[in-house]
Design a protein around this ligand. Structure first.
Ligand code: AMP
Length: 507
C-alpha cells in the first residue's frame, strides 16, 4: 500500500479516530485518503476514481465517523424521542454482500472508540426481521446492497429522511449489476441537502451521468489505478490451444510449490462449480464461491480461505469482489472477465498488504479480443509466458491494438483527461446491466454466452438479453439509454505481442 506520507492528525481528525487508526497499524494516509478526506470533511460532494486496495473505504468511513461524532456532541444536549423513527445518518450503498460486510467491518474498526456507534447492514440473503429492527432505531451508519434496501423502502420499513451522507461505493459495479433504478429511487428518498460521495473505477458513460444527477459541485479525486503498474503483481499470459490444454496449464500451476493460495476466476457460476468439483477430485482443498450460493455458505467459504483451510478458491467476479486475503499468492484467470475493469479488480486480489503476487491469465484464441481490451484499458502489455512441455501448438494470436482508453471516457493525453466530459463514453461500450443477483437463480454474473469465433468479443457486450436482464425493461430514451458506439477513430499501435519468454515455471 502506497502511503502518502501524511499522518492522520494533520488531516484534522479527532483523536477518537486517529487512535483507532493507530490501533489498526496505519501510520500515514494513503493517497486517496489524503486527497478525499479534507474536502469530505468540508462537506463537499466527491467523485472519486479509485479501486479496491487504495484505502478508499477509510476515505469515506472516516468522514462519516467525524459526522457521527459531531452528532454525538449535539445529542448530548438534547434527548431523543424513542417513538420517532430516525433511520441512518450515513448510508453506504455497495454492490455485493461481501463488500458491504467489509465496509461494515471498517466502520467498526475505525469507529471502535466512538461511544455507542451503531452500524447496521441490510443485505440480500439475511433474514428480514433482524434488519427491520436495526433499521427503525436511531442508526449511525447503514451499509446496504441496493436491491434489499429498496425492498425495505417499498414496504415502508426503511426511513432515509435523516441521511446526511450518501456514499456510493463501486458505483460502476452497481450499475453493471442493474441497480441503476434502485439507486435513483433510494437517492430520491434521502434529503436533497445531503452530502454525496461517489466512488467508481470509472466515470465514463453511464456512471458519469449518474454522478451528474446525484452530485452537486463535486470535488474530483483521481487516484489512478487501472493504469497502475501493480508493481508487486507480476502478470503473465499463457495461450492455450483448447480447453484440455488450459486445464493442463492450470493443473501445473496449482501444483507449484510457491503457490500458497490461488483464486481462480471463471466466467460463469456453472464453470465455477464444475471446475471446483474437478479440482476436488484431483485432491485439492478447493471450494467454489459465487452469487447463487446462500450467504451462510459464502461466509463460511471465505472464513475457510482466510484460515488457510482452502488452498484454491474458484470464484466469479461478483462474488470475489473485495476479497482481502493476504495469503492469496496467485490469481488465475481461467475464464476471462466480461469487462476490462474486472481484470484489474481480479488481479488486485493478490499482492495484498505489500506482498508479491502473480496474476496468470489462461487464454484461448477466442479470448484475443478481450486480452486486447484489457491491455488497452490498463495500458499495459501482459507478458506472454510458456511452461516447458506445455507450450501451445497453435501460433500465438496477433492482437490488433487500438489506442488506450482512460477511465473518464477520453483518451489518455487528450486535453481534459479527467471528469471533463461527462457524456463521453468508451468506444462502443454499451450500458448493458448484467443480471440482478436478486433475480438470477444462477446469479447475476457470467451469464453472457461465449462466442466461439476468435477475436469477436464485442458480442459479449451485445449478448442476447435474458429474462434476468433489467435493461430489457428499461424505458427507451431515458438518461441511461445505451449510447451509440463512438466513431471508430482508434488508431492501431500501442501494443505488440512479444514472443513468449519462458515464464519461469519449473516442473
Ligand atoms: P480498501 O482499498 O479500502 O479495500 O483498503 C485496502 C486495504 O488497505 C485494507 O486492508 C485496509 O485495511 C488497508 N488500509 C487502508 N488504509 C490504510 C492506511 N492508511 N495504511 C495502511 N493500510 C491501510
Amino acid at each position: 500500500m502506497m502511503s502518502f506520507d501524511l499522518n492522520f492528525a494533520s488531516l484534522g481528525l479527532p483523536e477518537t479516530l486517529t487512535r483507532a487508526l493507530a490501533d489498526a497499524g496505519y501510520e500515514n494516509a494513503t493517497e486517496v485518503q489524503a486527497r478525499a478526506i479534507p474536502p469530505a470533511l468540508a462537506g463537499r460532494d466527491l467523485m472519486v476514481a479509485s479501486s479496491t486496495g487504495s484505502g478508499k473505504t477509510a476515505s469515506f468511513v472516516i468522514p462519516a465517523l467525524v459526522r457521527v461524532l459531531a452528532a454525538r456532541a449535539a445529542e448530548a444536549t438534547q434527548r431523543r424521542d424513542r417513538s420517532v423513527v430516525y433511520g441512518p445518518r450515513v448510508l453506504v450503498l455497495a454492490p455485493t454482500r461481501e463488500l458491504a460486510l467489509q465496509v461494515a467491518k471498517a466502520a467498526t474498526v475505525y469507529g471502535r472508540h466512538v461511544p455507542g456507534l451503531r452500524v447496521a447492514t441490510v443485505l440480500g440473503g439475511v433474514p428480514y426481521p433482524l434488519q427491520i429492527k436495526a433499521l427503525r432505531g436511531p442508526l449511525d451508519i447503514l451499509i446496504a446492497t441496493p436491491g434489499r434496501l429498496l425492498d425495505h423502502l417499498q414496504t415502508g420499513k426503511a426511513v432515509l429522511g435523516n441521511v446526511e451522507i450518501l456514499v456510493l461505493d463501486e458505483a460502476d459495479r452497481m450499475l453493471d449489476m442493474g441497480f441503476i433504478d434502485d439507486i435513483q429511487t433510494i437517492a430520491e428518498h434521502t434529503p436533497k441537502a445531503r452530502q454525496t460521495l461517489m466512488y467508481s473505477a470509472t466515470f465514463a458513460g453511464h456512471v458519469g451521468r449518474l454522478a451528474q444527477q446525484l452530485l452537486r459541485d463535486a470535488q474530483k479525486v483521481d487516484v489512478s489505478s487501472h493504469t497502475d503498474t501493480h508493481a508487486n503483481i507480476e502478470q503473465r499470459l499463457h495461450w492455450a490451444d483448447n480447453g484440455t490444454h488450459k486445464n493442463a496449464l492450470l493443473d501445473h500451476i496449482l501444483t507449484l510449490r510457491d503457490m500458497e493460495q490461488a483464486l481462480v476466476f471463471t466466467s460463469t457460476q456453472r464453470d465455477a462449480d464444475s471446475l471446483a468439483d474437478r479440482l476436488a477430485e484431483m485432491g485439492h482443498s478447493v471450494a467454489a464461491l459465487h452469487g447463487a450460493m446462500p450467504q451462510g455458505r459464502r461466509t463460511r467459504t471465505l472464513t475457510a480461505l482466510r484460515r488457510g483451510e482452502l488452498r484454491v478458491l474458484v470464484a466469479t467476479d461478483v462474488a470475489a469482489r473485495g476479497i482481502d486475503v493476504r495469503t492469496i499468492s496467485h490469481v488465475i484467470n481461467y475464464g476471462l472477465p466480461m469487462k476490462p475493469e474486472d481484470y484489474v479488480h481480479r488481479i488486485g486480489r493478490t499482492g495484498r498488504a505489500g506482498k508479491n503476487g502473480l496474476a496468470v491469465t489462461l487464454a484461448e484464441r477466442r479470448d484475443g479480443g478481450m486480452i486486447r481490451r484489457i491491455q488497452q484499458f490498463t495500458t499495459q502489455h501482459i507478458p506472454v509466458a510458456t511452461i516447458a512441455g506445455l507450450e501451445p501448438k497453435s501460433p500465438e494470436p496477433r492482437l490488433v491494438a487500438a489506442r488506450p482508453e482512460n477511465r473518464f471516457g477520453g483518451r489518455p493525453g487528450a486535453p481534459g483527461k479527467s471528469f471533463g466530459k461527462p457524456f463521453a463514453g468508451r468506444g462502443g461500450e454499451r450500458f448493458k446491466p448484467r443480471g440482478d443477483e436478486r433475480f438470477a437463480p444462477r446469479g447475476g454474473e457470467g451469464f453472457a454466452p461465449r462466442d466461439r469465433a476468435p477475436f469477436q468479443h464485442a458480442h459479449r457486450d451485445a449478448a442476447p438479453r435474458t429474462s434476468f436482464d433489467r435493461s430489457a425493461a428499461e424505458p427507451r430514451g431515458n438518461a441511461f439509454a445505451p449510447r451509440k458506439p463512438s466513431a471508430p477513430g482508434a488508431k492501431p499501435g500501442g501494443f505488440k505481442t512479444q514472443r513468449a519468454r519462458p515464464g519461469g515455471y519449473s516442473r
